[in-house]
Design a protein around this ligand. Sequence first.
Ligand code: GLC
Ligand code: GLC
Length: 641
Amino acid sequence: MNYESQLSLQRLLPRLRQRFADASATDWADFEERLYRHFERLFLALLDLYGGRYDFFFHLEDILATAAESWLARPQALKLLDDEREQNPTWFQSQGMVGGVCYVDLFADNLAGIRQRIPYFQELGLTYLHLMPLFASPEAENDGGYAVSSYREVEARLGTMAELEDLTAELRGNGISLVIDFVFNHTSDEHEWAQRAIAGEREFEEMYFLFPDRTQPDAYDAHLREIFPDVRPGSFTYRADIDRWVWTTFNSFQWDLNYRNPAVFKRMATEMLFLANVGVEILRLDAVAFTWKELGTNCENLPLAHVLIQAFNALARIAAPALLFKSEAIVHPDEVAKYIDPEECQLSYNPLLMALLWEALATRNVRLLAHSLRERFRIDPACAWVNYVRCHDDIGWTFDDGDARRLDINGFDHRHFLNDFYTGRFQGSFARGLPFQENPATGDARISGACASLAGLEKALRQESDYEVELAVKRILLIHSVILSIGGIPLIYLGDEVGTTNDYSFRDDPAKAGDSRWLHRPRTDWARADQRHDVETVSGKVFQGLQRLMQIRQDCATFSGNEMTVINPDNEHVFAYLRQNEAGRVLIFTNFSEQPQHISGAVLRTYGLGYEFTDLISERAVVADEDVALAPYEVLWLAAR
Ligand code: GLC
Ligand code: GLC
């Protein structure tokens, strides 16, 4: 520990001990031990954020008191989990990990319904379940729950906090870790803090960004990217009731919090530790890019946004060590990577892989995918990617323009093409999606649409073409095969496992009509899901295909960890990579085109270190002294015999 940290801790500890004089000696000893281990990190981060304030030590003590209080209240079962996780901090790298994500209401009505679906999760092999925001939120528009009115109350129609706590324990008993969102960049305007700000309480006004006129908003806006240009120009909303301009990066009812105020940090940290004590194992840090603002910058991914997460991370190590963070940074790949660190976010969405899987399906060419991942896939070995093909949000084409340029691809034109392709405007496109937040000023747009519809199933079913249906099913399985094998935690957007297509009914609901992301947020059709055992049905084909890939993954230790090498198979339609660790090697070839492809046997001999292989998927033998043939959209997972 550096001298300054040590001195501060020595000064604060006796005061804390006094404050928690009732704590048992063992509990306190445990707390102190962890505090000693992680204090320096917490202290230095907070010093970076708030060190300039005269009342810094007052806030520091307050934050430590929150940690102590929360640790003392932490249930025994979770303290055991803490020890277990500390002994095995990279437990999430196991090939056994498979994730699923859903909305509580759309998937199963409420928490009781989720509980009844545990056998379904097990049938799929899930070990990680992300339930999207389930907290109290405004009744009409609430951004699918991402406008939180209280972090301590479950939305009444979904259940209660006590039920959530029981659910976390029951899931854990069944080998499933619960993931929920930590929506910490903003609250809803109905949150008590916002309400008290509206009522004019100074302490709460200071938690947000409220401006008397357009002077400051204009100064900021000059450098900001518009996140929801369909909703309003710029990032500020005028509130007539208080005659103020409010910073709202997303919707007008989502008020950005002001983290320059240490009271905001302390209050959100208290909510975070509360959720950890309910038994949540992983928090998905929502909108991480936007939390720190500085005039004259675009207010995205600023250095102090990272320090802020590091401070939350250090606090978690002290008071809820089992808790992990997953970063939701859907930004440029260079910026995505910066959040990934054992001392920041141990897990991160992989938006680059997601976008490029769709890119390669559209172009039938893997150059950009292979080129981008060659350098960009590698992360800290103590962390993991969360690889996905779809989620509840839109698809943004977040590849690097420099990567594209090196392949003579113009980024701007290419995004334009991809948007045309996935909205079905491009002639011959198999996809059926909708534009999201099309910005005529910049020509930008993102894509909404369900996996199956984007992969061609919707169009194929309408055409009643068995051949096209077959191709669409293959595309769905193909992109999933990549997230299951490339390294990291695969995350299935539930509904995709049974080939769910777009739901256009959002157009009839005024609260949803303006947000095309509802296109791919349907209520689960259980009649359809119940056909999953019948391989004659489309749902059955997708489900059983996926289930098989998941089982192969879960049985093969070579799929653990993140170590992955992109290889060049001398064929622009085939994405090829090598997974290798102490457990062995698997060579993977994925044909992104609907034409048969060939790979020279020399590639197998070079990278596979052998002559005879078994394809883990088809169980057929492959010999390296001749060319290997791949059928349309075929995937080979080759293990040496
Ligand atoms: C995240 C969520 C998205 C939401 C936004 C604001 O990006 O995934 O659904 O609109 O944050 O909370
Ligand atoms: C996210 C992203 C943006 C995404 C949006 C939700 O934080 O920055 O690309 O589309 O919020 O839709």
